[in-house]
Design a protein around this ligand. Sequence first.
Ligand SMILES: [Zn+2]
Length: 444
Amino acid sequence: MLLSGTVIADASTVIEDGSIVVDGSRIEAVGPRETLRQRYPNLEERTVDILLPGLVGGHLHSVQSLGRGIADDHELLDWLFEYVLPMEASLTADEMEIAAKLGYLEMIESGTTTCIDHLSVNHAERAFEAAGEIGIRGVLGKVLMDQRAPEGLLESTEDALAESEQLIQEYHGAFDDRIRYAVTPRFAVSCTENCLRGARELADTYDGVRIHTHASENRSEIETVEGDTGLRNIHWLDEVGLTGEDVVLAHCVWTDESEREVLAETGTHVTHCPSSNMKLASGIAPVVDYLERGINVALGNDGPPCNNTLDPFTEMRQGSLLQKVDRLNPVAASASELLEMATLNGARAAGFDKLGAIREGWRADIIGIDTDHTRATPLHDPLSHLVYGAHGDDVVFSMIDGNVVLEDGEIQTVDANAIREEATAIADGFDLEGHRDAARNVQP
Ligand SMILES: [Zn+2]
């Protein structure tokens, strides 16, 4: 297939009248349209206004999608224990599958092609199957909670790790290696030392398995961890083995100088979630400082209950504006830096090589956006438009691993209307009271 349009191959390479040749799951060539049309005269050509690498959501909760709008305007630990954990505890296996599908559907529709996805304690296998069916690329993990978890989510350390290992054996490298595994403790507050050390051991046992958790999102969280362990959160995670080049930490808003040194020295990846951090008033992550230290910072939406959308374009815009106002510096966090966070940095965090830019021999994860509307007129600078002006709704085309999953804005792999109808029916039937009482009993 020959894809043509303005090609933003990476944050510093724009080809105005360009084309991309895709062969199987890889990009065979990228360059000026005329040259490639001559070299590949028989290929079917598809034209889109702007083509760019598929975006990477570096921290996400697909299975929280059914909780969009149930928990607005609360502090993190209340938000979690009063609303989100009760909802997760209430979901049956079938409901979990619909929740995951709704999340993946929204992501693909709005331009995300790879996600690092924090599932739930129960029925994680249904989300793996959903990801496989819908065609997204991702690093997914069942959530571990062996302390301070409500009934329905609390597991013994052994059971939590044993089920994780089963899922690794079944799904790590599944669906043509589009799907991989991350061992996923929810956060240090809800995991014992044995659980966290066990997570490291498990990740070390299987090649390419990553570790994904939340860290230092909120002040009550770090106070709880310090009360439990006597250490700042990042030092505690480092102590139990949860730092390193295979570790993705979501948020890292509240870190001191010594913790930032640990993140940099160990090559730990950080995922910044600006909308979530603003909505939960968690704080402003020191993203510019992290980047200056050479820490790899990806970008994420977090989940629908704290965002409330999974639009990666909004996240690029918010990420840039938040750093500018925090530093009182309009030059900080430029459009190209944000696009890089949402593409190459995210791919690095996810651990997929040759992903996050449009280059010869790289993975064919490509999206296309439409600019034929007032908001994109005039279009002086396509890169500026992507970060400051575009919306997820502008995405009309998506290819993942060489497969076209979105065409003319319509998902090709599943029945989107059926998923939305089932999601609405499940949400209409929510009865969280019993689960809420159980969660209140264990809230720190
Ligand atoms: Zn999260």
